[in-house]
Design a protein around this ligand. Sequence first.
Ligand code: NOJ
Ligand code: CA
Length: 699
Amino acid sequence: MLRYSISLLVLSFCVACGPSDSAPTQDDGNNTLIAPGGKLQLAFEVNDAGVASYSLSQGYQVIIPASGLGFTFDGAPDLKANWQIQNVEKTSFDETWEQPWGEQRLVQNRYSEMKVDLMETVDPKRKFSLTFRLYDDGLGFRYHFPQQAQMDEVMITDELTEFTLTGDPHCWWIPGDWDIYEHIYNQTRFSEIDATSKRDHPNLAQTYIPENAVNTPVTLKTEDGFYLSFHEANLTDYAGMTLRVNKDSNRFESALVAWADGIKVKQKVPFSTPWRTIQVAERAGDLIESNLIINLNEPNKLEGDLSWIAPMKYAGIWWEMHLDKGTWDLASGRHSATTENAKRYIDFCAENGIRGLLIEGWNTGWERWIGFPDREGVFDFVTPYEDYDIHEVVRYGKEKGVDIVMHHETSAAPRTYEQQLDTAYALMQELGIHAVKTGYVGPIIPEGERHHGQWMVRHYRKVLETATKYQVAIDAHEPIKATGLRRTYPNMMTREGLRGQEFNAWSAEGGNPTDHLVVVAFTRMLAGPIDYTPGIFNLSMNPYKPDNQVKHTLAQELALYVVIYSPLQMMSDLPEHASGQPGLQWVRDVAVDWEQSKVLNGEPGDYVTIARQERGGDRWFIGSITDEEARSLTLNLDFLNNGQTYRMVVYQDGQGAHWEENPTALEIEERQVKGGDLVDVQLAPGGGVAIMLEPLSQE
Ligand code: NOJ
Ligand code: CA
């Protein structure tokens, strides 16, 4: 049973109480906000020149020193001074809501809020407001411009939000690319960030940003021992935000991705910006457990029966193209998406309890995909190649209990895609297909628009809204970043938005580094689910890619099913590579939807262990992964029912396992444990461990 505890102190209530703390004046020093648990404190200030700043602290420790706010516009004066507080309104909120799927079923949304209404003291006397929501694990704030005679159309040329730092924190970051998030993470001090020279993805639509900026989420460890992460929530009809590195002032500054004409955001009042978020934790794992980003999004808009939004494992006619065993296009004569091959994969799925099958390369257009400047009108999202009988494949899938996952590679020609949206999604509805993987490889057409600019933010939303209409869930590759929209649209299930598994098959730099995923867990994963596509058993990729290798062990690959959260979780290797592997039993068993999740330990860039309880069941699954260092960890099973006996199955690095020399040494051990036991695990260099805990019925 779902129980809500709601205590909402609304404005009308404050007004009824009198003006005591609901409407302090500008200089009464009371523009502060304390988080519900009493630790974090936010202060908002407007100085004599009308310049505003906010700061964040915990006790006497300053976490974010005074940081500026404001905007510049095209065709209107800057909005960065002459501000005057008109009204301050403080409220608090506490509710628990239920996710249709997720890392946990119940989410507490508890915050203190301060809404500050502001006005310019000089012409044009524009009105706007700032809303701060202070949680026990961080801060979200956003600007709002109400309807007013002084403003109508708004052309934002810069948002001047700052995130000032104390000392010289360690940072885990990727370059603030306007088109792609598929970069290797760097770990440096703030003072050493050099995003303009860190380029490692030469083959897709990356942008050589002119200034030193990072993408979000960017995660930091301060000299005082706080873990921080900066990101944004509810990115709606606005540009994606990168963070410029201002070393002179020791701060990050909002740097929005521009339209082709250089304007950053085109809006009409009334409108709100996305929330700017600062996660704060004293334990690194608490960053992962935080719900700040989803809480800052609007509640679920979807009505009625949502059973069509189904968390599941899926296989794919996919990896074989990345290995170049086959191709997406028909003309090569090595086409992978044939009816016959699809049936082979369906059989594999049915045998192994894998509910979904993605089929890429099924539709016409792949002959003019990568590298063609003229990509408009090329892809057709309803016409299969002649050797692929879509109706027969869907029928065969249904017979075997396997759902087909649709694929739409747009080749970054979104106008062509938009023209076909309705027919393409209607076809899915007709076939009973409820999930699609989308792709946006290449520079956006029209030229100059960016994957992460407002133009594309609008496009991604249009696709999501269309998908909603036709009851289709989305797995977006080359997406706009996740900002918690899955709360509002639970059919926005997962996305790529990082260097995924595919880089291991073909990237010129030799794939993803061994510490990639222990960084990803504390950076990209804070934004939302990741379609990393685990499930490679043939880590050396022989005979297809003899020079490439997945740079971690098989036990780590299995652990990713728990560590890297996605409600659509891939079993990515070829059926002939996975079949007969002892580790495949883990993939069969592991859950994809969770009642609760706990981060047992971890440090960004080093290691992380996550335990998750399956939703609708009593089993727990644990995944632990390490960088190139071997580790001995003790796991405290105090989250299990005390005294209950569990059957524990451990998939661990075998004797001599090593990510480079011996990645497939896997040892499977089975024994009994009790809730509250301590369990020692050994992780090889680049290794991991995957554990299933199943309660045994009490005698
Ligand atoms: C890039 C995606 O990340 C990948 O998974 C897909 O196979 C190709 N695009 C083709 O759409
Ligand atoms: Ca990609």
